[in-house]
Write a protein that binds this ligand. Sequence first.
Ligand code: FAD
Length: 298
Amino acid sequence: MILPEVRGQILRHEPLGPFTWFQVGGPAEALFLPKDEADLAGFLRALDPAIPVTLLGVGSNTLVRDGGVDGVVIRLGRAFGDVTPAGENRIAAGAATLDATLAREAARAGIAGLEFYRGVPGAIGGALVMNAGCYGSETKDVLVEAYALTRAGERITLSNAEMEYSYRKSGRAAAEPLIFLGGLFEGQPDDPAAIEARMSAITERREQSQPIREKTGGSTFKNPEGHSAWKLVDGAGWRGKPFGGAMFSPLHSNFLINTGSATAADLEGLGETVRAEVTAQFGVQLEWEIKRIGKPVA
Ligand SMILES: Cc1cc2nc3c(=O)[nH]c(=O)nc-3n(C[C@H](O)[C@H](O)[C@H](O)COP(=O)(O)OP(=O)(O)OC[C@H]3O[C@@H](n4cnc5c(N)ncnc54)[C@H](O)[C@@H]3O)c2cc1C
């Protein structure tokens, strides 16, 4: 695969497991770590349009299959991680900013409404794509506009409406390969100490109810209309039951975990087994929330 010259780094056959929370999966044919936005845009403009491009944030919602990912995987680093106040009750964050960092900086600036990001362990690029949220708030509620590069390297701005948000999904991001650079967010004025207190409550609630120190990908399945995914997994008898090195967490039965020696095939295989059993037993289709990328081992 011939790739354009860049100022950042291109790593060939780089294992992707260490870049994800699950810590499993094969290599990227090429992993591109752009130096800055101009480097990324130049690369995309010059890249053969036939070469597939896959984005990886901090991998807290992604399972990389064991055979790895063909084409180029792009991961944004520090140059894409600025957080800056942007006028009254507004704050801008680059795609590589951790959600928790945006929550903290918004609190410091006295901007309320973004504290839910303290509970999401991803980065802003992933939050924009996934409409990340928790405890009744989501990205759709706080995003003014998002900034992205198209696959051809053109910079575009998308309004909140243009992101076509629904539950854990951006219709726009699903329809077109976009590389998000960041977003502009808006909240309401409040006392920083009061915002901090609400963030601490979120952290505490998380620690008690989710296996946040495990190798996991967060919620495995979306909640089907009128159902809770965790109850269906539980009802099918899969809470805490091993499947190779994979298991649905005893603490939260919608969290798939790598108990130490899982392959991506174990994790995906368990998920598919549970989906089939839930359909057979309850007549409900579970849809993956976790993004699965790449190919199985040949
Ligand atoms: C313990 C735990 C708890 C979690 N709790 C929650 C929760 O409460 N609420 C919630 O919503 N999620 C939760 N998640 C899931 C996850 O944190 C979110 O989906 C998060 O937004 C993913 O961000 P990421 O950077 O890890 O994205 P990744 O997993 O790296 O990628 C997710 C998707 O976004 C795309 N993407 C990432 N960056 C970019 C970019 N710059 N441009 C274009 N596409 C991009 C990827 O291609 C992929 O399709 C949890 C995960 C874990 C492990």
